[in-house]
Ligand binder design. Structure first.
Ligand code: MTE
Length: 333
């Protein structure tokens, strides 16, 4: 595929072409570029066990002074127990997926450039009163707790981490959605000057994810603001991110700036890039392979040897009912 890149002084394509043709052409070029990325490794990839060992960097506390630091550690909610050892904090904070800062796992240093104060969160769409909230003010309206959850990446690596945060249903209650709201669309920041990965035009920035209202109000859905008893490190999605442990990890959108209540099913970042590999539902199922690798087993970070993956990542008792009446959908992609 040969692309012609215009020089700065040349007339912009959008000046001579109608907006819709322009947007479609951009999307075509982006898709063509992504097609070659799938081969070269720029798309989410199967787990490379060797890469775990390379993640020996130390974490660094470069956070700005935070008015909410005193909220950590929060009390643990004992309802959520693990069947395995916690992943080491060092691994969980140095082996990351955060494409805004690049497509390698080793982005934690670059992520320190993100300024997380002040941090505004927009709640809009089908809600009684759209609002814009400061993150630290939001924390005053909720009660933080710690939960131990398993996390299963679609790439077939996994971890077990103590998240601090609050149930997503508390945010839904704060938003007061109207009865027509069926989905919540979430969006990450879009700051290419800070997050150089966002200069890659072939990705459809900003990162977008979505849940149904039923999923968002399920007791497992969690808005995490901390990890390992302290505030969220930037590389893990500071200051607030989603955690949906029964779904593949790409659903757990980081550094959220907007929650939009809508009657339209959102098209997520990865779904737009490669819908055949990354769908809207993305529930964990060892029996449904990813088109490019098996999902039957997973590699826990920091351990030798793979372990079997469980249906809904082991959380079926909480979430299986959500899907019992849904027919004709690809629930596990
Ligand atoms: N959110 C944003 N905004 N950008 C991303 O690249 N990666 C997703 C998810 N959330 C991602 C994101 C993927 S693929 C995974 S597995 C998890 O974040 C990784 O979370 P962790 O780095 O805290 O382990």
């Amino acid at each position: 595929m040969l692309f012609k890149f215009k020089r700065g002084w040349e007339i912009r394509e959008s000046d001579v072409t109608s907006e819709s043709v322009y947007v479609n052409r951009r999307s075509f070029i982006r898709k063509a570029a992504l097609g070659s990325l799938a081969v070269s490794g720029g798309l989410l990839a199967g787990c490379d066990e060797g890469e775990n060992k390379a993640s020996a960097a130390k974490t660094e506390n470069t956070s700005q002074p935070s008015p909410s630091a005193g909220l950590y550690p929060a009390q643990r909610n004992e309802r959520f127990q693990l069947d395995r050892e916690l992943t080491s904090e060092e691994l969980a904070t140095t082996y990351n997926n955060f494409y805004e800062f690049g497509s390698s796992k080793n982005i934690w240093r670059k992520a320190q450039d993100l300024q997380i104060r002040p941090w505004n969160i927009v709640i809009d769409g089908l809600v009684d009163a759209p609002q814009e909230l400061d993150f630290d003010d939001l924390l005053k309206k909720v009660t933080l707790e710690e939960r131990l959850y398993r996390h299963r990446c679609v790439e077939a690596w996994s971890m077990a981490v103590p998240w601090t945060g609050f149930p997503m249903r508390d945010l839904v209650a704060l938003a007061q959605p109207q009865s027509g709201a069926k989905y919540i669309r979430m969006e990450t920041f879009n700051l290419p000057d800070v997050a150089s990965g966002q200069k890659a035009f072939w990705y459809p920035w900003p990162y977008v994810e979505g849940l149904t209202i039923e999923e968002a109000t399920n007791e497992l859905a969690f808005i995490a603001t901390g990890i390992y008893g302290r505030e969220m490190p930037k590389q893990n999605g500071a200051p607030l991110r989603l955690v949906t442990p029964w779904k593949y990890g790409f659903k757990s959108i980081k550094s959220i700036v907007k929650f939009t209540f809508t009657d339209q099913r959102p098209i997520s970042f990865w779904e737009e890039i490669q819908g055949s590999e990354y769908g809207f539902w993305a529930n964990v199922n060892p029996e449904v392979s990813h088109p490019r690798w098996s999902q039957a087993t997973e590699q826990p970070l920091g351990q030798t040897g793979r372990i079997p993956t469980q249906l809904y990542n082991g959380y079926g008792e909480y979430v299986a009912d959500l899907y019992s009446n849904i027919k004709g959908e690809r629930l596990f992609v």
